[in-house]
Design a protein around this ligand. Structure first.
Ligand SMILES: NC(=O)c1ccc[n+]([C@@H]2O[C@H](COP(=O)([O-])OP(=O)(O)OC[C@H]3O[C@@H](n4cnc5c(N)ncnc54)[C@H](O)[C@@H]3O)[C@@H](O)[C@H]2O)c1
Length: 258
């Protein structure tokens, strides 16, 4: 018996990194997975590789009408939605991003995807999830959502807001009796395309950046996409049935400061 047997999951940013790894793990554990991304080519490939347990739908998380279409399609196809992983994200365009140099366009670009995208996802999915008898929403924030991130000011602010939004959604859904839980995950550094871009931006070179980042991790290793997928699986499954509004750090002890 799989850990999410018979459940239906929507995953955003499923074409790459955490989203792709979690889609595969959910399918291995018995779920039907709706892989979504604005990157159609890679998203469709991920769903193909998973096989019959997955289908791909194009979704730009910043577009309310895309969300409505994906929720409707999933309800038509599966009759319910049990899990939503709000995972799609960007660190920025590569333009300067400290508080003195960041442009308003850059600020809006990052917050539009990382924050508004999560807001739209929760808002569009909660009614269908409530109708399905409850479910679990997992929002991918970051360690950057907890501590200062001077070189990536928009990214940190967007992830901090996702952490807070998560708690309000958890409280709302709990009080309404929807049986919908909502939690955030806070990864440290993982060398996905996004992770590597951040290393390059901050330290000028990916390998030097990885070595530098490692110094801040007491466990002495960077995380993997599977580390995030397994944390998401726990929060998606009924094993975490009494967990809502929490923030799960998956960062090798980085924020202990030790
Ligand atoms: N990799 C890390 O070190 C790290 C650390 C902390 C948090 N995170 C967060 O984890 C999440 C996943 O990141 P990842 O490392 O797997 O990155 P990734 O670059 O491998 O994947 C991100 C995916 O999001 C998609 N995406 C971007 N904009 C989108 C939009 N408007 N609509 C739909 N999809 C869109 C991309 O096409 C891509 O497939 C992000 O929210 C990121 O901020 C990553």
């Amino acid at each position: 018996m799989g850990r999410v047997d018979g459940k239906v999951a929507i995953i955003t940013g499923g074409a790459s990194g955490f989203g792709a790894a979690t889609a595969q793990l959910f399918a291995n554990e018995g779920a039907s997975v709706v892989v979504t991304d604005k990157n159609v080519k890679d998203g469709a490939r991920v769903a193909d590789e998973i096989g019959a347990a997955a289908n791909f739908l194009e979704l730009d998380v910043t577009k309310a009408e895309d969300w409505d279409r994906v929720v409707k399609d999933t309800m038509d196809r599966h009759g319910k939605i049990d899990i939503l992983m709000n995972n799609a994200g960007v660190y920025g365009t590569g333009a300067p991003q400290d508080i003195e140099t960041i442009s308003l366009e850059e600020w809006r670009f990052v917050n539009d995807i990382n924050l508004d995208g999560v807001f739209l996802g929760c808002r569009a999915t909660i009614p269908a999830m409530a109708k399905s008898g409850g479910g679990s929403i997992i929002n991918i924030s970051s360690t950057a959502g907890i501590r200062g991130t001077a070189p990536l000011v928009a990214y940190g602010a967007s992830k901090g807001a996702v952490r807070q939004l998560t708690k309000s959604v958890a409280q709302h859904c709990g009080r309404k009796g929807y049986k919908i839980r909502c939690n955030s995950i806070h990864p440290g550094m993982v060398r996905t395309p996004l992770g590597n871009d951040v290393l390059k931006l901050r330290w000028g070179d990916e390998e030097a950046g990885a070595a530098e980042r490692l110094k801040a991790v007491p466990m002495g290793e960077l995380g993997t996409v599977e580390d995030i997928a397994y944390a998401t699986l726990f929060l998606a499954s009924d094993e975490s049935r009494h967990v809502s509004g929490t923030e799960l750090l998956v960062e090798g002890g980085m924020l202990t400061g030790g």
